[in-house]
Design a protein around this ligand. Structure first.
Ligand code: CTP
Ligand code: MG
Length: 285
């Protein structure tokens, strides 16, 4: 696992702080050194899903986009934020070693394992049966500190760094839970779900579209709030913010981005490849 750096083993480094500018670590006294984590965000990336809706093949997070595993894109997207100092990857239980070696072999020139900027630590832990359980296992691996914690789907590999920063800033500004969101393009119906796929389903209601938002990740939280939600809330949920809602706490949206879409079905892979190709053409990404 050489190269995947464990937060506990990493000395305080200066790459992430505005306060220290270009000063080298060696010239900072213990008192001058910034707290390594409190001011910075940690990100948990659940990547332990099978990707059933994508069809047969490797676990979704390990499938490639533009020749690079989706998970690596997702780690890079988080590490691209100067506010992120730790990424916890939650890998398929049988794929932990493979994920560690993938992270080792995808450093950017001068960058950290996983392709982040130098200074982003990456931890890998095994996931669980459900997304919720995988996130909880990732949270259990978080070292002390990190007042802001994000949860980001490996299946949203192309989220722009501006969206990540917007979420972090909103949490820093005092919101306990923040979700990037977009107005849905489609009208949405509530139905009485049929037991079998494909049969007609009675429509129950049509929520007013102007009041609806489709939510994305990374979702950002005040650390205490997210840990409490995962400790106290049971039952099926599909995102972390809804657990905070169940605690009766305030969740707010910030603008999401169309490139933060989730790769779920085969057509999404086509779109993701096209977005990557456009980025590579436009800015040599
Ligand atoms: N996830 C996870 N652990 C699980 C299930 C899901 O870490 N037991 C992660 C996925 O890897 C993904 C994110 O949660 O990054 C969002 O889930 P989804 O898009 O549903 O991915 P999958 O569960 O892999 O896909 P599917 O539901 O089609 O099997
Ligand atoms: Mg799933």
């Amino acid at each position: 696992m050489a190269g995947v750096r464990f937060a506990e083993a990493i000395p305080i480094r200066v790459e992430h702080t505005n306060l220290t500018g270009t000063m080298s670590e060696a010239v900072l006294s213990q008192e001058e050194r910034p707290a390594p984590s409190a001011a910075h965000a940690a990100v948990v990336i659940p990547a332990a899903g099978r990707g059933v809706r994508l069809g047969p093949g490797a676990p979704k997070a390990l499938r490639t986009l533009g020749g690079t595993p989706m998970l690596i894109h997702a780690v890079r997207a988080m590490a691209a934020s100067r506010h992120v100092s730790l990424v916890v990857v939650v890998a398929p239980p049988e794929g932990v070693a493979e994920v560690r070696s993938l992270l080792d072999s995808h450093a950017l020139p001068g960058g950290a394992p996983g392709g982040g900027r130098a200074g982003t630590d990456v931890l890998v832990v095994a996931g669980g049966e459900t997304r919720q359980e995988s996130v909880r296992l990732g949270l259990e691996a978080l070292p002390a500190g990190h007042e802001v914690v994000l949860v980001h789907d490996a299946a949203r590999p192309l989220v722009p760094v501006d969206t990540v920063d917007t979420v972090i800033e909103a949490v820093r500004d005092g919101a306990p839970a923040v979700v990037p969101a977009l107005p849905p393009a489609d009208t949405v119906k509530e139905v009485e779900p049929a037991a079998v796929a494909g049969v007609p389903e009675p429509v129950v209601a049509t929520p007013e579209r102007a009041r609806l938002r489709a939510v994305q990740t990374p979702q950002g939280f005040d650390r205490t709030t997210l840990l409490r939600a995962h400790k106290e809330v049971d039952g099926e949920v599909t995102d972390d913010a809804s657990m905070v809602e169940r605690l009766g706490l305030r969740v707010v949206t910030v603008p999401g981005h169309e490139e933060a879409f989730k790769v779920t079905r085969p057509l999404d892979l086509v779109l993701a490849e096209a977005v990557l190709a456009r980025r590579r053409r436009n800015d040599g990404f």
